[in-house]
Design a protein. Structure first.
Length: 191
């Protein structure tokens, strides 16, 4: 079976609750728009946006089956925060169950929640598209949207300045990849 965007839309419609399905369509649209601005492959970004939450509504058993089959071992931070699982299991779902053999898409799905140092352009676009998609309405979403079309790095730094303190306030773990991304972005600013 060929996993065209039409096929992906059909699959995510069945796998996701309605609000998450709409979010995925919106992220794909935002990713395509950002790709045009920043000179990335718009088709790859659109596909990655569609797929980014493919396992978001999966039961715990499915996450762990995908991890086991893909030899994924959760770190302490990942084990402690189940909201991170869908990014890792989503990557594994794509690797194990589709004909999509694109490392940019795999990595964009894998790192769309935590980010990481050394992100590719496609990874950055999906990370930001997830924050600025049309249905998002959190405080400062307009600031994020404005930043997203001026500088992906500035938008990512702004997002981390929001999410890291929020995780601390909630007593949740902070993934080392997010800390490394923050440190890299700060170093680039000072460099």
């Amino acid at each position: 079976m060929i996993w065209s965007d039409e096929k992906i839309i059909e699959v995510i419609r069945d796998r996701l609750v309605e609000s998450r399905f709409v979010h995925s369509l919106n992220v794909a649209d935002s990713a395509r728009d950002l790709a045009v601005i920043y000179g990335a492959d718009a088709d790859i970004c659109y596909t990655a946006g569609l797929l980014h939450d493919i396992t978001k509504n999966a039961p715990q058993e499915e996450h762990f089956n995908l991890f086991e089959k893909g030899n994924v071992i959760l770190t302490q931070a990942e084990n402690a925060n189940h909201k991170l699982w869908h990014a890792m299991s989503g990557e594994q779902f794509i690797r194990q169950n589709t004909d999509i053999k694109n490392e940019e898409i795999w990595n964009a799905v894998r790192y769309h929640t935590t980010g990481r140092a050394g992100m590719s352009l496609v990874e950055k676009i999906i990370y930001i598209a997830d924050f600025v998609s049309a249905e998002r309405d959190y405080p400062d979403v307009d600031v994020m949207r404005a930043l997203s079309v001026k500088s992906l790095d500035d938008a990512m730094l702004y997002s981390l300045r929001y999410t890291i303190p929020d995780l601390i306030k909630k007593g949740q773990t902070i993934h080392p990849d997010s800390v490394n991304l923050y440190n890299e972005l700060i170093s680039l600013k000072k460099g």
